[in-house]
Design a protein around this ligand. Structure first.
Ligand code: SF4
Ligand code: FES
Length: 233
């Protein structure tokens, strides 16, 4: 198939403001948008800049706006993207160059919720056991690949750079509901602050954007409910 990629280009060292440039390519309908971008970079314009690594939806590095929605370029087929594809960087972050954005704020928010197992002494020296049912409780939120598609699809994050954002809450959820963890109270106190879960307005953009099909809005609601019912100490 023939396709036109309309790509938002911006190099702050040379450009005053972003411009859209069109690139005509020939590709297979089963190619991914990442393949099309690679074709532009390798055959037409080597200055085009974007992050990518695994090309299989695992590393989370190539989230971008494709036809106005946050998607992983390596997961979206050209047959689904269409013959005219608009490609833009994620919204709400400083653009470093083309599709590469500054993700420091995203990872600072992630780190702020303590995304690691917090445990006390284990005098027995044996592994901490967990039933399959207890493991199932937080299975969905273990799938996060930190691509930022949810956080940058959330309209609250576009105007409030203090909001911790959906991805950080998903990763807090993963540990809050882990039966082996003893840090739920600490995380809930952090998420009960002004920048925490109560900024969420249940828009569902995050769930739509997640390439791992995580029920992001549900996870946020479960954290809110834990705060209200204080079922977690
Ligand atoms: S929850 Fe989904 S969209 Fe959000 S960072 Fe994780 S994988 Fe990406
Ligand atoms: S390149 Fe790794 S998720 Fe797309």
């Amino acid at each position: 198939m023939k396709a036109t990629l309309r790509i938002k280009r911006f190099d702050p060292e040379k450009d005053v403001k972003p411009v859209y440039r069109n690139y005509e390519i020939e590709c297979d309908p089963h190619d991914r948008v990442l393949d099309a971008l690679n074709q532009v970079k390798w055959l037409h314009d080597g200055t085009l800049t974007y992050r990518r690594s695994c090309a299989h939806g695992i590393c989370g590095s190539d989230a971008m706006r494709i036809n106005g929605r946050n998607r992983l370029a390596c997961k979206m087929l050209m047959s689904d993207a269409g013959e005219k594809v608009t490609i833009e960087p994620l919204m709400g972050f400083e653009v470093i160059k083309d599709m590469v954005v500054n993700m420091d704020r995203f990872f600072d928010a992630y780190k702020s919720v303590k995304p690691f197992l917090i445990t006390g002494e284990n005098p027995s020296g044996q592994e901490r056991l967990q039933t399959p049912e207890a493991r199932e409780r937080f299975d969905d939120t273990t799938k996060c690949i930190l691509c930022a598609a949810c956080t940058t699809a959330c309209p609250i994050t576009w105007t409030n750079d203090q909001f911790v954002g959906p991805a950080a809450i998903v990763n807090a959820h993963r540990f809050i509901f882990d039966s082996r963890d003893e840090g739920a109270g600490q995380r809930l106190r952090i998420l009960n602050q002004q920048s925490g879960v109560w900024r969420c307005r249940t828009v569902f953009n995050c769930t739509d954007a997640c390439p791992r099909d995580i029920e992001v809005t549900r996870a946020i609601e479960e954290v809110k409910r834990a705060l209200i019912t204080e079922t977690i100490s």
